[in-house]
Design a protein around this ligand. Structure first.
Ligand SMILES: [Zn+2]
Length: 323
């Protein structure tokens, strides 16, 4: 089967996309493809400039799928960035929830929607129907739109633009490293030494050191930290162990390098745009990491769902702690 006209990909890439993702009809017709091309035009131009500097030709392909993720693909010497617009849409909603301080009920309701989609993807259909029903029942109570109108702001849209660009640039970095492995080697060296340094610092945190540092603190602050001392020290050591694990994984080092290169390129792009203030740009990126982490955690949880009797549901969907 040949790829549809709107997707400028080779038959091999189309087979791959068609087999690994459920392409949803919403947002992929001719007119919306045209609209999104207009919207992404400056970003594409910027990515093309970066690619040309390395003699690469990168095709950016828009999809709208239940995978909620973008990815970089190389096939027969052709480079592709597959950008999932549904990921952008989810980010936009999470931004609205965060920026306009949506109610707890709104957060839970939206997470029922996401949980329903994820549970269905992993074949937990009864649970998916349960979550879908909760979403549909509570949907009218959601207050994010009302709060946004009261705030009279479009800040969430700027955040989403910065975040989508950052994701595109992260995927683009993967392709740049594939094309020029020496670039990855160069960047890896400084990333590795940063992780080593960070891990050593975390490992060096002891109770004695903390007590010494706290000597100037007020009684209340001291009592607060002392109460959680054990947990705090355990989390520092866990962070140090995690650093050691990362150092043994080339794929994770590459992820760090992609993040770093993406940040450098994002800074270059935003320097000539009046998108939003630098503090907001930084906050948008931090939110991007947190949103992606939230989605990852949700997927991990939903893919392991085995509670067919719907028991102990109170905590199961209480995932607002990740926001
Ligand atoms: Zn990556």
């Amino acid at each position: 089967m040949q790829p549809p006209k709107r997707l400028d990909v080779s038959p091999e890439v189309w087979h791959y996309l068609n087999s690994t993702r459920l392409l949803m009809p919403e947002g992929v017709d001719e007119s919306s493809t045209h609209a999104s091309q207009m919207m992404y035009e400056p970003v594409f131009r910027f990515i093309n400039e970066l690619s040309s500097a390395l003699g690469m030709n990168v095709k950016i392909v828009h999809v709208y799928t239940d995978s909620i993720r973008s990815e970089a693909i190389t096939c027969n010497g052709q480079y592709y960035i597959v950008h999932d617009q549904y990921l952008g849409q989810v980010m936009n909603m999470l931004n609205r929830i965060y920026i306009y301080d949506a109610s707890r009920e709104t957060k839970l309701t939206y997470f029922y929607k996401l949980a329903s989609q994820l549970l269905s993807r992993y074949g937990f259909y009864e649970e998916s129907i349960f979550a879908a029903r909760r979403y549909q029942e509570s949907k009218p109570m959601m207050d994010h739109q009302k709060k946004q109108e009261i705030a009279g702001s479009l800040k969430h849209a700027f955040y989403t633009t910065v975040q989508e660009l950052y994701i595109l640039l992260h995927e683009h970095a993967h392709l740049m490293f594939k094309r020029s492995p020496e670039l990855l080697n160069d960047l890896s060296a400084s990333v590795v030494s940063w992780i080593e340094e960070f891990g050593a610092k975390e490992a060096g945190v002891t109770e004695e050191l903390l007590l010494k540092l706290m000597s100037g603190f007020g009684e209340e602050d001291r009592a607060f930290i002392e109460e959680d001392m054990k947990d705090f020290l355990a989390s520092r050591h866990m962070a140090s162990d995690f650093c050691k694990q990362i150092l043994g994984r080339r794929d994770l080092i590459e992820e760090f390098c992609c993040d770093r290169l993406a940040l450098t390129h994002l800074h270059l792009y935003l320097a000539h745009k009046q998108l939003c203030d630098p503090p907001d740009q930084v906050q948008a990126i931090i939110c991007c990491f947190l949103h992606l982490r939230t989605l990852q955690m949700m997927e991990a949880r939903c893919s392991l769902e085995t509670n067919h009797d719907f028991k102990d549901r109170t905590d199961l969907f209480d995932i607002t702690e990740w926001l």
